[in-house]
Write a protein that binds this ligand. Structure first.
Ligand SMILES: [Zn+2]
Ligand SMILES: [Zn+2]
Ligand SMILES: [Zn+2]
Length: 478
């Protein structure tokens, strides 16, 4: 018998590890404690999905991770119950009912892995671009080309795009609409009308309670009744004026005649509304929407209209996963005290020329990467994001000499020159920068643990600066 085939047909389950052929599956039991780092080295994950909240939590934790090694991991659900939650329904890679089905998963796992190897892993410059790049990477490895909106009661706007929305808290869903708008402007996605929605103009919630209210006092405590016009005497009044307490007949309060046939001796020209709160009669209600999230009561014409689109990837969008994402808008422009990496290259080039003249000069250059800072950026919103970048760059500035410069590559990556600084002093400075950023973030953002890495190299005379910076970044990301 073919030995390969024999090995493949054997499923071994042991301590949360399931091996099949050369594939290793990690098995997460319901409500078990799970650290995402444990996934390292596994090809896929099987999740006991009997509990909705636990399943959602694990899927969210994996798909929001900044490291592609984790967020692209194939996830299979076991024991899943029917749910309407789009985050559960659209971010897994298959459903099984027993471990006997593991062989059926092997091809899916291999295909996803193969597509993963085609991806470009350079980090784009802006927050929006990094967020969309993750979406494109996921879509490429799952071979989908449409970003589809799903009705979702967990989303504050009522709709969710699972591949993108997973990166945001339910309450921040309005931000996904902003990012999609940006991606459309960048020509990455193409919109197809799906639905029109209205959001609270205070908190962007889509959960609104629409009511007809009194135009005088805004109370919704009102009743409507037919207006009756009695032809013989021309009296017009609400129908309750014509009723008597004894029977169903209507008689005119003005001329006391009994009303006979509608259209013949009387008519109902319209309705009249009566407010039980302020006792006014009026013809037309106002329509107001009360936001169920922030409780603001809003006249409907002041709601924010938004269109929900089904998005298709454009050619540019499709190639973003494999060839990288290049965008026009640079979020990290004009951060005071920093320069663009291209400018930094020129300045470092002059520094190398200076070193060539004087061999005693020693300079270094460092690169820093804030690995999980986008989790925090996601949380705090666009405006605070820019302020945080400014704050962080100020911290860097405090740790270096006035003659040194900061080259800001993206909202998560930057270079620092350390001119006339020997490697030991440069290492100490870099450690100080890292520590002061971690402390500041921890203190200001409810104990957020920033994961920061850096790498330093002495500036070389023999190698072009371009190549040196490239090598530096490569060392950091390896
Ligand atoms: Zn009223
Ligand atoms: Zn009458
Ligand atoms: Zn609101």
């Amino acid at each position: 018998m073919d030995t390969k085939k024999e090995n493949e047909s054997k499923i071994e389950a042991k301590d949360g590890r399931i091996s099949y052929g050369n594939l290793l599956f990690y098995y997460i039991e319901n409500n078990s404690s799970f650290r995402i780092e444990e996934l390292m080295g596994y090809d896929a994950l099987i999740l006991d999905a009997r509990d909705h909240d636990f399943t959602r939590l694990i899927i969210k934790r994996i798909r929001t991770h900044y490291n592609p090694e984790f967020y692209l991991k194939p996830v299979f659900l076991l024991n899943v119950k029917p749910t309407k939650d789009p985050l559960i329904n659209h971010l897994h890679d298959g459903i099984i009912y027993s471990f006997d089905q593991v062989p059926e998963l092997a091809n899916i796992v291999r295909q996803i892995f193969l597509l993963t190897t085609q991806l470009d892993y350079n980090l784009p410059n802006s927050f929006q671009a990094q967020t969309m790049k993750k979406v494109f990477n996921f879509m490429h490895t799952r071979e989908t080309k449409t970003l589809r909106p799903h009705i979702d009661v967990n989303s504050i706007v009522g709709y969710t795009y699972p591949e993108l929305s997973v990166s945001f808290d339910d309450r921040e869903e309005a931000q996904t609409l902003d990012i999609l708008e940006w991606a459309e402007k960048e020509g990455l996605i193409w919109p197809d009308f799906h639905e029109r929605i209205y959001l609270c103009n205070n908190c962007s919630s889509g959960f609104l309670s629409y009511r007809e209210v009194c135009p005088h006092c805004q109370s919704s405590n009102a009743k409507s009744e037919d207006l009756v016009h009695h032809f013989p005497c021309a009296y017009i009044g609400p129908i309750s004026d014509f009723r008597n307490p004894v029977d169903n007949t209507l008689s005119c309060p003005k001329c006391s005649k009994t009303l006979r046939h509608i259209g013949v001796d009387y008519d109902k020209p319209s309705v009249i509304n009566h407010c039980n709160n302020c006792d006014n009669n009026f013809q037309d209600f106002y329509v107001k929407a009360k936001c169920l999230s922030c409780e603001q009561d809003i006249e409907v014409q002041y709601l924010i209209p938004k269109t929900i689109y089904l998005f298709k990837l454009t050619k540019k969008g499709r190639s973003a996963a494999v060839n990288g994402l290049f965008t026009a808008s640079q979020e990290v422009e004009d951060i005071f005290g920093t320069i663009r990496p291209e400018v930094m290259k020129v300045m470092l080039h002059y520094e190398v020329e200076r070193m060539r003249k004087n061999s005693a000069l020693k300079s270094s250059v460092a690169v820093f990467h804030l690995e999980n800072i986008y989790e925090l950026y996601n949380r705090i919103g666009a405006k605070s994001r820019k302020n945080l970048i400014i704050e962080l760059m100020n911290l860097v500035r405090e740790n270096i000499r006035p003659s040194d410069y900061i080259g800001l590559e993206s909202a998560a990556t930057f270079y620092v020159s350390m001119i006339d600084t020997d490697p030991a002093a440069a290492a100490a400075t870099a450690n100080n920068i890292e520590r002061s950023m971690q402390t500041a973030i921890h203190k200001n953002f409810s104990a957020f643990e920033a994961s920061i890495r850096h790498h330093i190299e002495p500036l070389q005379i023999g190698t072009p600066v371009d190549a040196q910076l490239q090598l530096l970044a490569k060392e950091l990301f390896n």
